[in-house]
Design a protein around this ligand. Structure first.
Ligand code: GDP
Length: 364
């Protein structure tokens, strides 16, 4: 019998990679969506219907999932072996307003899902995974994070997320459910929204090489993040549900780079050598050499990166670090994609798109 998985959101990159992985492993994959998410639907089509990449076969159920009866009925009907509550982040386009910064999660409320599992008597059968973004640690992460199980609840003192995290732990301990939390540090891919800095950079620089944009405006170039590939993180999330005992894990590569370094790598992949001049809001990224025909439209001395203070977040932890040792030791998980390979994949995808757009604009 094939295993059955329910993913709460397949409209973003994390859902896509997970659905793709599970269908390759022979799972029957279900997902739930809200009726009203028109914007999300467009994004969904962009991810699933473009090119000739593997397209997972997903059974999508539409409804109001805040209604416990509807949710319980669905669980009863599909009897999932595994549930992945991804709670994918909806992001605002700019990060100028710190009040808008905390992620607005789209998944089903953790407690509703855990309670629905119990209500239909699946608590000994269904394995449950709850995802959290690393933003949970925004205010406290100057320290290195490693083993969550030994962390104090104060680390998660961010309202609802704190409640959700401990709800998963409580259902595991009180009802013997196989339930785990995963804290995902920044995970990127060509399907990342450009509300996130990596995609904004790869798309922006690719557009610049094709004459579609003059300059890429960013916030804090010194900010550092631990960036991994969303495909690797999907695998890790699956691995978390295949252990003998449920546990919580941090998902990260353990390696940190600055926004400036990401820009430099992306520019190089496009055949542009950059030098940075100036400090703070006056810093500029200037073309110092062109080393590929991809960037033939540019010339040495062009300013293609600049800082726009509107993109600087004043209320954030700018140097996020994580330690994935526990995942490596207990699950044998090692990220397969280096940052350089991630940059290459994202840049190449954005270059193809930019070239297409430039051709279209030329003919219109
Ligand atoms: P986050 O870690 O979930 O906030 O992911 P982001 O990709 O949005 O931001 C990563 C880091 O890049 C943060 O430290 C931002 O302050 C920094 N950053 C610098 N410039 C920008 C920008 O123009 N847009 C975004 N989104 N982030 C920027």
């Amino acid at each position: 019998m094939p295993k059955v998985a329910l993913i709460t959101s397949v409209t973003g990159q994390d859902g896509y990679y997970l659905a793709e992985l599970l269908s390759r492993k022979g799972y029957i994959v279900h997902s739930i969506n809200r009726h009203s998410s028109l914007l999300k639907k467009e994004h969904f089509e962009e991810i699933y219907q473009e090119g000739d990449k593997p397209c997972p076969d997903i059974h999508i159920h539409y409804g109001d999932w805040s209604d416990m009866t509807t949710l319980s009925r669905l669980l009863d009907q599909i009897c999932p072996d595994e549930i992945y509550n991804l709670g994918e982040a909806r992001r605002v386009i700019t990060c100028a307003d710190p009040a808008e910064y905390p992620n607005d999660l789209e998944g089903i409320a953790t407690l509703d899902m855990l309670e629905a599992i119990r209500r239909v008597g699946l608590e000994q059968r269904t394995r449950y995974y709850q995802a959290f973004p690393s933003g949970l640690y925004g205010l406290i992460s100057r320290m290195k994070l490693s083993d969550l199980a030994s962390s104090s609840p104060l680390l998660l003192n961010i309202g609802d997320k704190c409640r959700d995290y401990w709800a998963t732990v409580n259902y595991r301990e009180a009802f013997g459910m196989y339930a785990c939390n995963g804290i995902l540090f920044n995970n990127e891919s060509p399907y990342r929204s450009d509300a996130f800095v990596t995609r904004k950079i790869t798309r922006g620089l690719a557009n610049i090489t094709q004459g579609l944009q003059k300059c890429l405006y960013l916030g804090n170039l010194d900010a550092q993040r631990d960036w991994g590939h969303a495909r690797d993180y999907a695998k890790m999330q699956w691995m978390m549900l295949q252990q003998d005992q449920p546990e919580d894990f941090v998902i990260a590569t353990g390696v940190r780079y600055s926004v400036r370094q990401f820009v430099t790598f992306a520019a190089l992949e496009l055949g542009i050598k950059l030098r940075f001049e100036g400090k703070g809001v006056s810093e500029r990224g200037i073309v110092s050499a062109i080393i590929s025909p991809n960037a033939a439209a540019l010339k040495v001395g062009d300013v293609i990166v600049a800082v726009d203070p509107r993109f600087i977040r004043h209320e954030e932890e700018s140097k996020m670090a994580a330690d994935p040792t526990k995942a490596r030791k207990k699950l044998g998980w090692i990220p397969e994609t280096s940052l350089q390979d991630l940059v290459i994949e994202m840049v190449q995808a954005d270059l193809v798109a930019a070239k297409q757009r430039a051709r279209l604009e030329m003919h219109s």
